[in-house]
Design a protein around this ligand. Structure first.
Ligand SMILES: [Zn+2]
Length: 182
């Protein structure tokens, strides 16, 4: 069964509800309203319920601000955005073999943000050292950018099923929402 994305009353992402019965419980108890539903239904003796794909809490749940999560260029976020490819030579990297490279080196004032950090294999990282790509004649395959909503969902969950992803993205798009917009 598919999981449900839970948005706080402020429309910010709150959690992923693993069990459909808990997601449905939030709706039936009036704690949340359903924003997007899966085609799947469950039946009780008298009723048919669509399983919620995205629900909105009716009250604001206190939570540690997670807004900054995806502004931080951690390894996972950077590698997912760059498709686990060194942005200088194209070599495939893994969570263990990949490194983060500051395009403008930190020692020279380059910020630690998604817009200045790219995936690099160890070889390229060592070769580039404390220089800019221009100085050493290395070319970036892609300009570093912020994560898309799809990539944020990938950062959030180990495995995202297509049905979940489609329902969540459709809902976010319809409402003009971003997950922790930068
Ligand atoms: Zn490389």
């Amino acid at each position: 069964m598919s999981r449900c994305m839970v948005l706080n009353a402020s429309y910010e992402f709150l959690a992923i509800e693993e069990h459909w019965i808990d997601a449905l419980g939030l709706v039936l108890s009036g704690k949340a309203v359903s924003l997007e539903e899966y085609p799947d239904v469950v039946r009780s003796q008298h009723c048919v319920f669509h399983l919620p794909a995205v629900v909105l809490m009716r009250y604001q749940v206190k939570t540690v601000r997670r807004r900054q999560v995806f502004n931080v260029p951690n390894r996972k976020a950077v590698f997912i955005r760059d498709n686990f490819e060194c942005q200088y030579c194209g070599t495939r990297v893994s969570m263990t073999t990949g490194t983060r490279d500051h395009v403008i080196p930190s020692s020279r004032g380059g910020p630690d943000t998604m817009l200045n950090v790219v995936t690099a294999c160890r070889k390229c990282n060592v070769r580039k050292d404390n220089r800019t790509p221009e100085e050493i004649g290395m070319t970036l395959k892609n300009r570093p950018r912020a994560l898309t909503e799809d990539e944020k969902i990938q950062c959030l969950l180990k495995l995202v099923r297509v049905k979940e992803r489609n329902a969540w993205l459709a809902c976010l798009q319809r409402l003009g929402l971003g997950l922790w917009a930068a």
